[in-house]
Ligand binder design. Sequence first.
Ligand SMILES: [Mg+2]
Ligand SMILES: [Zn+2]
Length: 189
Amino acid sequence: MMHNEVTVFVDRDGTLNQDPGYLSTPDGLVLYPGVVESVARLKRAGCSVVLVTNQSGIGRGYFTRANLQAIHDKLENILAQGGGGLDGIFFCPHLPDDGCDCRKPKAGLIRQAVETLSVSTVHSYMVGDKRSDMELAGTVGAIGVLVTTSPVSQEAIHAQMRGELHIESVTSTFSEAVEWILQDISKVQ
Ligand SMILES: [Mg+2]
Ligand SMILES: [Zn+2]
């Protein structure tokens, strides 16, 4: 069964790859186990897969847009070799205090994706490791899937326990998140 109308928005650092803090070179890009196969599974199921990532390291002067492009070229090559590939990459280069409308949990990156690609949020998922990813899911009406790969995910879990946040599914890895999403899709259709 194909699911062309389903969009899976994914965070990058701490979700697809280890988060060293302001990853600035392609050499530092280390994907978690199973990520390549899992993106390929989503693509085979007909989902659009769109990366949405905060990269304030640009605004802070830690690395350039060219550095980021080099990292994303490597990421796309690895995913393409695995039979997957992303439908788009959208990043926020701004600082938290810049007041932009694209730094997650603001919805600008997803708005850009909807305007630029033929994707919709009507049946969509947001996979990420941070509270801001889950808040973004709530804002755009996506189904929030938390991955607890990185320690910062605990903040989202605590926010959910306090009733400040709704997380649809808490999973331990991106592979598990994708497994959950594919099962969820098959239930609705
Ligand atoms: Mg993250
Ligand atoms: Zn921004």
